[in-house]
Ligand binder design. Structure first.
Ligand code: TXA
Ligand code: MG
Length: 319
């Protein structure tokens, strides 16, 4: 258990972040999606610490982050041709691919599954860090289990101060929601978690139909993470796909402090924050910090066309 305070490192101190990681200490770092909480993939003790620090259920596997394609062979086996097609188009970027796991990877990383999820982040600090550490870095999102992900170093500090060695500060993350996760292990590719890279884009590159795992068909959980409560702030989140219904919800507040999130300000007199993928988790965290009791989210047609953001909105509302 750590006793020193968590240190904030600026990009010029990336060497120190790498040194701490190699010594088996946990370091949070920026990616283009959200901040990750990292450990070198082959350091089992450090990987174990990630689960403890996050309060993460041990059956929820981690994503391995690579900086070069040749690292794929160190962590995966029987790599299908489809992988290279996806990698050519989408790496580096917010796409995670699930393959068969290499026997050298500690089973703990994948929560005992015979598979491994991997991605090559687009953030240059993330790739530089992996290069300096010399092996892939496993990292879940750097938030307490069940809470909104972290898109700024202050969010990471709020959740983990005194519990992890350091945070490499890369400012605000670009996309704001986590990567799309696609499995290439079944007869057809399956999206296990929607994200900024859309199903259609993946289908186009692969030249075949891509399925989307629904809650119902996950059963024994092809993506174990999806069965857990996610992205939930303290405030109650209510989701509306019709403006009239949200208006109704604002009429009788029963003394509750309400915050409205939507693409365009509906001018209901309630406090308002614009809704976007990049700012979504920050809005949830700010709502808690400012003591709102309810977050009312209205998703118009344009927002409904964003499968990644819609997934996070629904899940934050417990749907
Ligand atoms: O954008 C992202 O993906 C961020 C940044 C830090 O890279 N990471 C992230 O990690 O969101 P995490 O741990 O919060 O979410 C990983 C998701 C979970 O839903 C998990 O169940 C799924 O990926 N996953 C990981 N390994 C898997 C595997 N072997 N098979 C199926 N699903 C897997
Ligand atoms: Mg997460």
């Amino acid at each position: 258990m750590q006793t020193e305070p968590t240190i904030l490192l600026n990009p010029s101190q990336i060497g120190e972040a790498a040194r701490l990681l190699r010594a088996g200490r946990l370091v949070a770092f920026p990616t283009e999606t959200v901040y990750g909480l990292g450990a070198p993939i082959f350091l089992e003790e450090a990987v174990k610490e990630i689960f403890v620090a996050k309060g993460r259920p041990s059956d929820n596997p981690l994503i391995a982050h690579i900086s070069h394609l040749d690292q794929v062979h160190q962590i995966a086996r029987e790599i299908p041709e489809q992988f290279y097609r996806l990698a050519t188009t989408f790496f580096p970027g917010p796409l995670t691919v699930v393959l068969k796991r290499h026997q050298d990877v500690p089973p703990l990383v994948s929560a005992g599954l015979d598979t491994i999820a991997l991605r090559m982040p687009a953030h240059s600090l993330a790739r530089e860090l992996i290069d300096l550490v010399g092996v892939p870095i496993v990292a879940p999102s750097a938030n307490l289990s069940g809470k909104p992900s972290a898109t700024e170093s202050t969010h990471v500090r709020f959740d983990f101060d005194g519990k992890i060695a350091a945070i490499l500060d890369g400012g605000k993350t670009e996309y704001g929601i986590e990567s799309t996760v696609v499995s290439l292990l079944g007869p057809k590719p399956v999206i296990l978690r929607p994200g900024s890279i859309a199903r259609d884009q993946i289908a186009k590159v692969l030249g075949e139909e891509v399925l989307v795992a629904t809650e119902a068909c996950q059963g024994s959980a092809s993506s174990p993470g999806m069965k857990y409560k996610h992205y939930a702030p303290e405030a109650r989140v209510r989701f509306f796909d019709r403006l009239e219904l949200m208006v109704e919800a604002t009429l009788n507040t029963n003394g509750k402090r309400q915050l409205v999130l939507s693409r365009v300000n509906p001018e209901l007199g309630q406090d308002y924050i614009p809704l976007s993928a990049a700012e979504f988790y920050r809005a949830l965290r700010d709502a808690d910090a400012q003591g709102y009791n309810e977050i009312l989210i209205y998703c118009d047609e344009k927002i409904q066309g964003d499968e990644g953001l819609m997934n996070r909105v629904r899940r934050s509302a417990g749907m």
